[in-house]
Write a protein that binds this ligand. Structure first.
Ligand SMILES: [Zn+2]
Length: 307
């Protein structure tokens, strides 16, 4: 008898909970769901300007592109010991998913932290050039890709990134891979994925460590290289940023991702002079820290971490 009473008492409570639950489902507050939608939009930065952050990872490369429809692209992930820093940086920017992750080429200063990034975020697509490198760093990336059940898509000239529909009322963002154009190079740097990103009237060119050989190929192909913002190739080394290439890109702003007092002598005086002669304003991560460029489709705004 006692058992029966307790049983029916529980049943009443369960029914009450179920009814309250149903009421919540069948009669949703429209204001609530609108608020939820807005919160989600805010969380994913939907409708915000395009934001490109050249992250200060010392003598290495890493960039985050946040596009107005909420998608995120990461190009390179610094050195092996930059993984933890990058994870924190991306988390601080509210990044939960990296829709497209690009490893420009298999050198340690570009893919070092990529395994950690893959392990810690939801990843849509991984894009890398078709070349292997016999290092632990490269193996770690392949393992992380495999463990996450992902596949590497080949990055080569002509590939358009799938960035989805534009945010409501805003112009679309497009991104095309311009290099590598060949299947074989002597220097690993020339396998670098070169990406041109366009938002309204603004264009960005990300060059990885592409050298003169790749620059010549792009020039010869006649592809549009023009960009307001150039991520200077190979940390400002003499191997890259040839005069003809620079003339074709015609950048107003040049970003150099470089470490303080690095042993390579990057950026070289030669490249700095070429950039100045072209009238480009130079920003260096060793002086400015992380450099964030915001675009509303027509105007660029620069924010530096250090003055
Ligand atoms: Zn490099």
């Amino acid at each position: 008898m006692k058992g029966y009473k307790i049983g029916s008492f529980l049943l009443v409570i369960l029914l009450a909970i179920a009814l309250v639950g149903c009421a919540g489902l069948t009669n949703p507050n429209p204001q609530d769901s609108q608020d939820k939608k807005n919160n989600l939009k805010e969380e994913q930065n939907i409708g915000s300007p395009l934001k490109v952050s050249f992250i200060d990872v010392g003598q290495a490369d890493a960039a985050l592109i946040q596009i107005p429809n909420g998608k995120n692209i990461v190009i390179d992930a610094g050195k092996n010991n930059d993984g933890e820093f990058l994870i924190k940086y991306l988390e601080d920017q509210g990044i939960k998913e990296i829709h497209i992750l690009i490893g420009t080429h298999p050198h340690e200063d570009h893919i070092g932290g990529m395994d950690k990034v893959i392990e810690n975020f939801k990843i849509g697509q991984v894009i890398m050039p078709k070349v292997t490198h016999n290092t632990r760093t490269f193996e770690d990336v392949l393992l992380a890709v495999q463990e996450k059940g992902l596949k590497i898509k080949e990055g080569k000239a002509g590939v358009q990134l799938d960035l989805g529909l534009p945010a409501e009322g805003l112009p679309p963002v497009s991104a095309e891979i311009l290099a590598p154009m060949s299947g074989k190079y002597e220097d690993l740097n020339n396998y670098s994925i070169v990406l041109r990103l366009v938002y309204g009237a603004n264009a960005f060119l990300f060059t990885g460590d592409a050298e003169d050989v790749s620059e010549k190929e792009m020039l010869a192909s006649g592809v549009n290289l023009k960009a307001d913002v150039l991520k200077v190739g190979h940390h400002g080394s003499n191997s890259s940023t040839t005069k003809d290439f620079l003339t074709a890109v015609d950048p107003k702003h040049a970003i150099i991702s470089v470490g303080k007092d690095n042993s390579y002598g990057h950026p070289t005086e030669k490249v700095l002079k070429r950039l100045r002669e072209k009238g480009a304003v130079i920003y260096r991560t060793d002086q400015a820290g992380t450099i964030t460029v915001t675009s509303d489709g027509s105007t660029l705004t620069f924010a530096l971490t250090s003055p």
